[in-house]
Structures are given as structure tokens and as C-alpha cells.
Design a protein. Structure first.
Length: 343
């Protein structure tokens, strides 16, 4: 059985990169690969601390080389895309030179102004995969050819538990509950989500934790919120389907997302979405989704008073037609075939 290695800063968590890496792992296994996980953090097969975002020391290249030994192909999840650990990226690029590898780009340095403008490393033996056409075009302008594979989703995922989840959160049956299923970072625009919930008399629920030093600002925003707020899962064993089932609206007020999984997850779970004006949202909306904007709370309020089930059904149909998880193995197979990887 051929082996594929999945390599990143961290794997096995709830961040978008880890979630998508797990889907790629399942798709690779469906293609007949044994998959080994290598990261600086997380429940992985090979823990190499120097790969982590906040590592103080570079990775042990001997340990990393041993972890990669025997892999027919290596999938690098964002580690070479963003300069969050330049020493790790340099080590990975050195060890993979001339070896079949796929660099899976969730974001690129210039898409986060504070991270500079350096392009990712490249090699004739590698393939680049982006999660949106915007990034593919930006790489092309820098002389790097890439393929777009959009994030994929189980469009037949079973619904979660609405009423037990709301009860655990202390949200009454008649209250509106707006869910922001993201972490708290400056670019996630928590302030915009809180403001919309307050304007429409809803409970604001932020599912993820604060990161990148955003904790004090999040505390300030939550304390100053015009309406009731909730933070975190609310109960042990909460699943994402539970969170979507419990809410009346999904919020994604971000100013930047490489993809923004709640755009499709809201459609899968038949919930309306209010989305911020980040560039990739426009690309995704062009497939035919019907969403609400942060700048039009009156229209959203009218919809919530008289929900249109047809809108939710149409959004699910778009998600199923263009973003279904069942298409991922075939998309990966095409990329691996271009590398002449045997499997």
C-alpha cells in the first residue's frame, strides 16, 4: 500500500486547515493510500515540535526526514504558504526538493498584509493546489501554476440536536440565536457579528476561542455587547451539526477568509447566512448562493419574520452540485496522476 504524508504546523484541531486536512486524509485513504500525519502540534503520528507556528527552534531535520521516509507523496498543508515559521518552511522545502509533493495553499502571504509578499517555494517535482480561484490567479501572476480544489463538504450530513443544544446554552425557544462558528481574530470581525445580533434582538454565539492575542479585545467586545452573548461550545460533546441546528442564522462577518467554510456548511444545514464582504465570498456566491449582507439588517429581519424555505433548499442544491465531498477523491487523483505517483 502506498504511503502519503500530510504535513503541517498543526493537525487534528478545529481550525480550518486541520478540518480540511482530515478530509484530504479520508480522500487519500479512499484512493488506496496509507496516510501518516506529521506536525508540530496535535494528535499526529510524528510530532516534530519545530514545525509549530510558535516554535522557538527550527525543526530537527533528521527527525523530519525520518518521518517522511517511505512516503510516495507529501501533502504540505499551508506550512509553505504563510511565513508563520520560516525556518520550518525552509527545512521542508530542502527535504522535499525533487520529491513528489503537493503544496496545499489555504492562504498566501500577501493576502495578510502583515506577512509580506514572498511567494511560496516551488520545484518542478511539486504541484500547487489552491482553495479558490483568486489565489490560483495570484500565483499565476507570480509564475507559479496551480490547480483549484475548493473545500468539500458532506452535503448529506445528518442534522444536529436543536433543542438540547439551545437548552444547554440557556437560550429560550422564542429567542433568536445567531451563530458565528469561527475563532476570534481581528479579521473575523466579531464586532460586526455582535452589532448585527444586537440590531435584530438576537443572542450572539461565538463558537471558537480567541487567538493571536485577540483575547483582551474579545473580552471588551463581549462586555460591551448590546444584547446577550454566549462563548464556546456550551456543553460537552457538542458537534458542528448541533451548533448549526441550534441557531437561526449563521454569521460570517469576516474581512478575509481563504475560503470560509460556514458559507457551505450553512447551506448543508439549511440555515440562512449573513456574510461579510471578503473577496472569496464573492467568488463563491457566483455559484448561485443567496446570502444576506451585513449592511442590510432590515432585509434580513424581514426574512427571519417570514422565512423562505425555498432559499434554503436552493442553497443546499448549489452546495451539493459544486462542493460535495464525494468529488474530492477524483479531484486529488487528477493532481496525483500529474505527479506520476503510483497508487
Amino acid at each position: 500500500m502506498p504511503t502519503a504524508a500530510l504535513l503541517s504546523f498543526r493537525l487534528g484541531g478545529t481550525d480550518g486547515g486541520s478540518v480540511e486536512a482530515a478530509k484530504w486524509q479520508a480522500a487519500l485513504e479512499a484512493l488506496g493510500f496509507s496516510v501518516t500525519l506529521i506536525a508540530g502540534e496535535g494528535p499526529v503520528d510524528h510530532l516534530v515540535p519545530g514545525l509549530a507556528m510558535g516554535a522557538l527552534d527550527p525543526p530537527d531535520e533528521g527527525a523530519l526526514d525520518r518521518a517522511l521516509d517511505g512516503a510516495e507523496v507529501v501533502i504540505v498543508e499551508n506550512l509553505c504558504s504563510l511565513p508563520l515559521n520560516p525556518a520550518a518552511a525552509e527545512s521542508v522545502a530542502r527535504l522535499l526538493a525533487g520529491r513528489p509533493a503537493v503544496l496545499h495553499h489555504h492562504d498566501l502571504a500577501w493576502q495578510r498584509p502583515q506577512l509580506g509578499t514572498a511567494p511560496p517555494p516551488s520545484d518542478p517535482a511539486w504541484r500547487h493546489v489552491t482553495i479558490n480561484e483568486l489565489s490560483r490567479g495570484e500565483l499565476a501572476a507570480r509564475g507559479i501554476e496551480a490547480t483549484t480544489i475548493y473545500n468539500r463538504f458532506d452535503t448529506a450530513e445528518a442534522p444536529g440536536r436543536r433543542w438540547p443544544t439551545r437548552a444547554a446554552l440557556g437560550v429560550a425557544s422564542e429567542q433568536r440565536l445567531f451563530l458565528q462558528p469561527t475563532r476570534a481574530l481581528a479579521r473575523k470581525n466579531v464586532a460586526g457579528g455582535i452589532a448585527l445580533a444586537g440590531a435584530l434582538g438576537a443572542v450572539y454565539w461565538l463558537l471558537g476561542p480567541a487567538e493571536d492575542g485577540f483575547g483582551p479585545e474579545l473580552d471588551r467586545l463581549m462586555a460591551a455587547a448590546p444584547g446577550p452573548v454566549r462563548r464556546g461550545p456550551g456543553s460537552e460533546g457538542l458537534s458542528m451539526p448541533d451548533a448549526y441546528a441550534a441557531c437561526d442564522l449563521v454569521l460570517l462577518p469576516s474581512t478575509w477568509e481563504g475560503f470560509g467554510n460556514p458559507t457551505i456548511e450553512s447551506a448543508v444545514h439549511r440555515r440562512p447566512l449573513c456574510v461579510g464582504p471578503y473577496p472569496v465570498a464573492e467568488e463563491l456566491a457566483a455559484f448561485g448562493f443567496e446570502w444576506f449582507g451585513l449592511d442590510d439588517p432590515d432585509r434580513l429581519g424581514r426574512w427571519l419574520e417570514a422565512p423562505d424555505e425555498g432559499l434554503l433548499r436552493r442553497n443546499w442544491e448549489v452546495a451539493d452540485a459544486h462542493f460535495s465531498l464525494r468529488e474530492l477523491p477524483g479531484a486529488l487523483e487528477a493532481v496525483l496522476n500529474s505527479l506520476a505517483v503510483s497508487f
